[in-house]
Design a binder for this molecule. Structure first.
Ligand code: NOJ
Length: 594
């Protein structure tokens, strides 16, 4: 959040422009005690891997006390570590060990909702007069209905995890709102006591040494209430059924900026140091993201937008997958790069704990596994913004095989399966179709070596380890200069060492070429040309060369002598604008011409 003085004549950029963030999903990263669940000492024991990779920040998915209904995104005590992950002392040790290696630690902050087992919620349900009643969103049954009647829910909104967003509390006869599972009641951010309690908890973690927060669905905290406090029904979902889309009434609501400004002021004002805040924001537009992340008037350092990862979702959402289109990806990334060229800051990501593995999703996890994993990494990392690497992405981990309903573990997938089968869907067809985009793909054990369970645990893993861990693992790649891991190291080093990656302007090239993704980055001193074949076929470069000439008013031949900074084909190295082989990525550098 603070910008150090610029060391050179390059344009000023924030400190997080030249670093990469690594996300750890603690349950699945490294298990130190053999109980099958990853833990904090396990993470600490693997920090050298992160240091070797060169990342500057590690973000931990939630490790707080939790009933684990949604793997820790349901928190019952914000100031305690869940026993399955360790203790507060383990957390202190992890922070110290990370800092010794120059790595910052960012916590997940899940405050749109708590667990229903959080003492605040337990007190809130006790009676309508409870002092904590107004800390959550309670509403009576729909007018004309009695509590529990079908259709009595206060709105028709469908939860992210299937079914209604409202749960009846039998004791008080009212419904509480839960945009996610019924064990994740939404906090009422209209109540200043809630906001003060959240700020206090954040200060407590910063005092403990953490360096910032990744804020879970933070653009859902301000609901769009009617003047009388009611919430409207949403338009019916295109896939029919009872449910409507409540999104317009809870995404990026009227008081979001105000609440986040308050947090920034109450939590960070006057603190020395460099902190990172990133808001997860489904449905956020470029225009809103610019306002939220403006270096002067904004309230966050960057947001996670969802446009690109939703490109292969159909009208029915993620369970209605559609083919990938490179042209759509170019249009989307191009708009975000252009929209944030002057103000605001991008985050750049393919994988996280909610997304399938990119090499299986839009690459080729068969014949061109290594090439496509490195090509897609190159495509992403050299944009303007801060890249995020999700555990295992740095070695090209792939999606899992799914053969039976029991292979699914995640609440989102399990609930969808149950509801769809109840509604008449064919179970075997569902098992097959859910495989592509289920979050379970991201949650298999980290593949450290070719031993049992990929070296993730010596016990029985809480969830499956991908059978390909026998050959696809960190150890097998560590000393191989052509590996996916070495390529990630090179990309991260390039961002750190080449000011043009952090600070350069972005120009999309060959925007209509269906198989080559090409762009230029430029500062007053340097130009980089990034060329990536997004295809298993060799790509003649005529079209791209023409685009370079047309888009830049440039002589394409001028790139012939440019320095090859990085490539992912290691035999018969090609440079300049030579044809691109399948999934070839090439990064060229030359002094700026203008
Ligand atoms: C977004 C998180 O990334 C996801 O894993 C979680 O299920 C929901 N928010 C609810 O907290």
């Amino acid at each position: 959040m603070s910008t150090p003085p610029s060391p050179s004549s390059e344009p000023q950029t924030p400190w997080f422009a030249s670093t990469v963030v690594y996300q750890v999903y603690p349950r699945s990263f490294a298990d130190s005690d053999g109980d099958g669940v990853g833990d904090l000492p396990g993470i600490t024991s693997r920090l050298d891997h992160l240091a070797d990779l060169g990342v500057g920040v590690v973000w931990l998915s939630p490790v707080y006390a939790s009933p684990q209904d949604d793997n820790g995104y349901d928190i019952s005590d914000y100031r305690a570590v869940d026993p399955s992950f360790g203790t507060l002392a383990d957390m202190d040790a992890l922070i110290a060990a990370a800092h010794e290696r120059g790595i910052k630690v960012v916590m997940d902050l899940v405050v749109n909702h708590t667990s229903d087992e959080h003492p605040w919620f337990v007190e809130s349900t006790a009676s309508k007069d409870s002092p904590k009643r107004d800390w959550y969103v309670w509403r009576p049954p729909r007018e004309g209905f009695s509590a529990g009647d079908p259709g009595a829910e206060p709105t028709n909104w469908r939860s992210a995890f299937s079914g209604s967003t409202w749960q009846l509390d039998e004791r008080t006869g009212e419904y509480y709102l839960h945009l996610f599972s019924r064990k994740q009641p939404d906090l009422n951010w209209e109540n200043p006591e809630v906001r003060a309690a959240v700020a206090d908890m954040m200060r407590w973690w910063l005092d403990r040494g953490v360096d910032g927060f990744r804020m879970d669905v933070i653009n859902f905290i301000s609901k769009r209430y009617d003047a009388d406090g009611s919430l409207p029904d949403g338009a019916p979902w295109p896939d029919g059924g009872l449910w409507g889309d409540g999104g317009p009434f809870f995404m990026t609501g009227p008081r979001l900026h105000e609440y986040l400004a308050e947090l920034r002021r109450e939590v960070f004002a006057g603190r020395e140091g460099q902190f990172l805040t990133v808001g997860e924001m489904p449905g956020i537009t470029v225009e809103a993201a610019v306002e939220l992340t403006d270096a002067g008037t904004g309230v966050l350092d960057m947001v996670f937008q969802f446009e690109h990862v939703n490109l292969d979702h159909g009208p029915g959402g993620k369970w209605d997958p559609q083919p990938f289109s490179l042209l759509d990806l170019k249009a989307s990334f191009g708009r975000w790069q252009a929209g944030m060229a002057e103000r605001g800051w991008n985050s750049l990501y393919w994988d996280n704990h909610d997304q399938p593995r990119i090499v299986s999703r839009w690459g080729d996890d068969g014949r061109w596994w290594r090439e496509s994993a490195t090509a897609l990494a190159t495509l992403l990392h050299l944009h303007r913004g801060t890249p995020y690497v999700y555990q295992g992405e740095e070695i090209g981990m792939t999606n899992l095989p799914f053969a039976a309903p029991e292979d699914y573990s995640d609440i989102e997938a399990v609930n969808h399966y149950r509801q769809a089968v109840a509604a008449g869907a064919d179970p075997q067809a569902l098992v097959a179709s859910m495989a592509r985009l289920t979050r379970d793909n991201a949650r298999s054990g980290m593949q450290w070596d070719g031993g049992p369970n990929g070296g993730f645990t010596t016990g029985e893993p809480w969830y499956r380890v991908n059978p390909n861990a026998s050959w696809l693992n960190v150890e097998a790649q560590r000393d191989d200069p052509a590996s996916v891991l070495s390529h990630h190291k090179a990309l991260i080093a390039l961002r750190r060492d080449e000011p043009c990656v952090a600070a350069g302007d972005f120009t999309m090239l060959a925007a209509t070429h269906p198989h080559v993704y090409a762009y230029r980055r430029a500062t007053a001193a340097t130009e980089l040309l990034v060329l990536v074949a997004v295809s298993g076929e060799e790509q003649p470069l005529a079209a791209v060369a023409a685009a370079v000439a047309a888009d830049l008013g440039d002589d394409a031949a001028a790139w012939d002598g440019a320095e090859l900074v990085l490539g992912n084909w290691h035999d018969e190295v090609r440079s300049g604008l030579a044809p691109l082989r399948p999934w070839e990525a090439r990064v060229l550098r030359r002094p700026a011409t203008a």
